[in-house]
Design a binder for this molecule. Structure first.
Ligand code: DOR
Length: 431
């Protein structure tokens, strides 16, 4: 019997509605008790005085790059970056090489994760073969292999008839369809948000309408089919409003927003730093504010990183040719703590957006600190400041817009299934 006592912290557990001082006793990988002043002399002790103790974070949107692009990231390095960021589970996107559009690839990812990753890994399978938008993937077989959702992320299903079919079939397997909402005919060669910043930079613009047009279409198709639509990386005020309105009509829609779209506007791109290039792009200040409000009022359910590693030689090129994407697992909590400090979110709302809400979106186990639940727990110091150096991080890549920045808020410890897999003073511990 193995026991761990997480002692002296403030427990923030949105699903149980618990906010207050308490200890958490873990036994054989599961939560045994949450209460103040637990005495358990035989238990390993994890000190949490001055810290928040919360359900482990769950990231609905990461790119682990394995199989096929292990020079950028692999399941082991991405898994270590995840636990260093407090994520006890991640959903990994299908744009690997080969694409995760076949049960053999889903199996491979799950096997590798079981062997190598300290975090739980839930594969998201491709909605269409090869992410080509032409032929639907075999959803039943993919779900049987362990896929938790479907997405052609990184690409967009432009054919509305195909999108309708994908949504219809997703109902049969009761899994969400996560959409990368960018109308390619509107994006064209755009690399930054269309507007004054693009003009100043002299770079081709990607209009907000590329997102809103696509979100509007998919909301209508979700309504038509009754399927669960999940809008990935929302970046525009218009999309937030469309989702809010559709939900009020009873459409089954959930949505996520990234730490970067919550805190950086397109002005961050003015120095031509390719680590501010992502898809969708950073938007206007008004869009950032709308995303923050959308998260605060519950229109947007989850914070997801869209952790997208790229190698230095790929990013150190001119802006138009650099691949889009930034890493984000290790900085997510510290970056979004700014929303609490500015009064936009209460601590409990922030924790919900990082843990219990994503669990509900992807219908995963856990997400709460209740007796019998898996002991996936994170210990957080909301006040601790640190300077982020990607070279000292666990991701194989360094493409972060926060490199060298002082951040406030630090993951102190991460526990997965009752095992301490990360401690800020000891680093990531191998499974
Ligand atoms: O910025 C992005 N990078 N957005 C995506 O949708 C794909 C991702 C990647 O795979 O690099």
């Amino acid at each position: 019997m193995s026991r761990m006592l997480i002692q002296g912290g403030r427990v923030l557990d949105p699903a149980c509605g618990h906010d207050g001082p308490a200890d958490v006793l873990v036994e054989d990988g599961r939560i045994l008790e949450v209460a103040p002043g637990i005495v358990a002399r035989d238990a390993e002790r994890l000190e949490a005085a001055g810290c928040w103790v919360a359900p482990g974070f769950v990231d609905l949107h990461v790119h682990l790059r394995e199989p096929g692009q292990e020079y950028k990231e692999d399941i082991a390095s991405g898994g270590r970056a995840a636990v260093a960021g407090g994520f006890t589970a991640v959903c990994c996107m299908a744009n690997t090489d080969p694409v995760n559009d076949d049960p053999s690839v889903t199996d491979y990812i799950r096997d590798r994760a079981r062997q190598d990753s300290p975090t739980r890994v839930y594969p998201v399978a491709a909605a269409t073969k090869g992410l080509d938008g032409q032929v639907m993937s075999e959803m039943v077989a993919l779900v049987q292999a362990g896929a938790v959702a479907f997405s052609d992320d990184g690409r967009t299903i432009m054919d509305s008839g195909m999108q309708r079919r994908v949504l219809e079939y997703s109902r049969l397997v009761e899994r969400p369809v996560m959409v990368h909402a960018e109308d390619r005919s509107l994006v064209r060669d755009g690399v930054v948000n269309e507007g004054p910043t693009a003009t100043r930079l002299g770079l081709p613009g990607n209009p907000a309408a590329a997102e809103t047009v696509h979100v509007a279409r998919d909301l209508l198709l979700a309504e038509l089919t009754g399927a669960h639509l999940h809008v990935a990386h929302v970046s525009t005020a218009g999309a937030v409003e469309l989702i809010r309105e559709a939900r009020s009509r009873g459409v089954h829609v959930t949505a996520e927003v990234t730490p970067h779209h919550l805190t950086l506007s397109d002005e961050a791109t003015l120095g031509f730093d390719t680590n501010t290039k992502m898809a969708p792009p950073l938007r206007s200040r008004e869009d950032v504010e709308a995303c923050r409000q959308g998260l605060a009022d519950g229109t947007l359910d989850a914070i997801a990183t869209d952790h997208a590693p790229h190698a230095v030689h790929e990013k150190e090129v001119e802006f138009t040719t650099a691949p889009p994407g930034v890493i984000g697992l290790e900085t997510a909590f510290a970056v979004v703590m700014e929303l609490v400090r500015s009064g936009c979110l209460r601590p409990m709302q922030l924790i919900a957006a990082l843990s219990s809400n994503p669990v509900q979106v992807a219908r995963l186990p856990g997400g709460l600190l209740k007796r019998g639940e898996p002991a996936d727990v994170v210990v957080l110091d909301p006040e601790r400041s640190w300077t982020y150096d990607p070279l000292k991080g666990y991701s194989k890549s360094r493409n972060s817009p926060w490199a060298g920045r002082e951040l406030v808020g630090r993951v102190v410890a991460t526990v997965v299934g009752g095992d301490l897999v990360y401690h800020v003073d000891r680093g990531a511990l191998l499974p």
